[in-house]
Ligand binder design. Structure first.
Ligand code: NAD
Ligand code: UDP
Length: 312
């Protein structure tokens, strides 16, 4: 198949492009390089089945493809809050453009949605039928509400125009090729620990997250895209839940670092707890994560350690 991956030069997108090529597909990677980098995909550029297009999905594009994975959107709070208007345009106008493309060429389209559609959840763990608790006017809203509108657009193009859609809600994912400077907790803590700097826990560190290794996520994404009788939305994440302060201790232990934990202000609207209920993914996709956190973190630590020795 010929497969378009928007945001293909980003963290998750680059792993997805690699796996799609390895499964024998042609891949068109489309990216505006806001947070993605050529380095993430440089290994793939020698493959004649791989094509790279510099393009912004807020502008329409004409292509002939069989599948579209719509991942283009900055994902870390620092990056999506840098230009919030652009973030929401990417989710809304970008998704409309990709749905228009899917409709024209009758391609199946998968939207990378997020656990952030549940906001600061009052139901725990989160199941797909929960509608969420999102602040519509806060500093995270450009991302959360943008992704919620993108889900609405997907459903309406499906109901109104018969577009073949899939929706996945991705929970916190980590692994090699996360950007060093993206401010997410996994990259921050590992880079701080490796450099012997203070580990910055926000708030008291009692908030929880559940971290999924990128290879597991990509496996779930591809299963969902090729699943014939289920459009989602479906949660994809690792249900192993940890507090942020426990996570800091884990990183210190795994890196053998001498770093100390310091406490900083908790950003506004930071969700207090997050854990996916993945029963639906297990039932419909026969999917569950297989990489345990220690194994995944070791690979990620090795990645950041090699970047730091190369001077980032
Ligand atoms: P990332 O920032 O590494 O990747 C996003 C990619 O999209 C980058 O390559 C960026 O340059 C590109 N991009 C951004 N705006 C664009 C635009 N307007 N036009 C074209 N390209 C654009 O982030 P990631 O972690 O790889 O996330 C990928 C997708 O998965 C995002 O849609 C994100 O919302 C979703 N997601 C990620 C996580 C996570 O934990 N990483 C969790 C939930 C959802
Ligand atoms: N966090 C932290 N220190 C950091 C970066 C993040 O304590 O240096 C916290 C953050 O407040 C949040 C959690 O870690 O509670 C996960 O943050 P991240 O930005 O990785 O993802 P998200 O909040 O989008 O789930």
């Amino acid at each position: 198949m010929r497969i378009l991956v928007t945001g293909g030069a980003g963290f998750i997108g680059s792993h997805l492009c690699e796996r799609l090529l390895a499964s024998g597909n042609e891949v068109i990677c489309l990216d505006n390089f806001f947070t993605g980098s050529k380095k993430n995909i440089e290994k793939l550029c020698d493959d004649r089945r791989f094509e790279l297009i510099r393009h912004d999905i807020t502008e329409p594009i004409l292509l002939e493809v069989d599948r579209i994975y719509n991942l283009a959107c900055p994902a870390s709070p620092i990056h999506y809050q840098y230009n919030p208007v652009k973030t929401i345009k990417t989710s809304v106008m970008g998704t409309i453009n990709m749905l228009g493309l899917a409709k024209r060429v009758r391609a199946r389209i998968l939207q990378a949605s997020t656990s952030e559609v549940y906001g600061d959840p009052q139901v725990h763990p989160q199941r797909e039928e929960y509608w969420g608790n999102v602040n519509p006017i806060g500093i995270r809203s450009c991302y959360d509400e943008g992704k919620r509108v993108a889900e609405t657009l997907m459903m309406d193009y499906h109901r109104q125009n018969g577009v073949d859609i899939r929706i996945i809600r991705i929970f916190n994912t980590y692994g090699p090729r996360m950007a060093v400077n993206d401010g997410r907790v996994v990259s921050n803590f590992i880079v701080q620990a490796l450099a012997g700097e203070d580990i910055t826990v926000y708030g008291e560190g009692k908030q929880t997250r559940s971290f999924c290794y990128v290879d597991d996520l990509v496996d779930g994404m591809m299963r969902m895209m090729e699943c014939e009788d289920f459009i989602g939305p479906v949660n994809l994440g690792n249900p192993t839940e940890t507090t942020i302060v426990e996570f800091a201790h884990r990183i210190i232990q795994l890196t053998g670092s001498t770093s100390k934990i310091i406490y900083k202000d908790l950003p506004a609207d930071d969700p207090k707890q997050r854990q996916p209920d993945i029963s639906l993914a297990q039932q419909k996709l026969d999917w569950r994560p297989t990489v345990d956190v220690e194994q995944g973190l070791k690979k990620t630590i090795d990645y950041f350690a090699s970047l730091l020795t190369q001077g980032r």
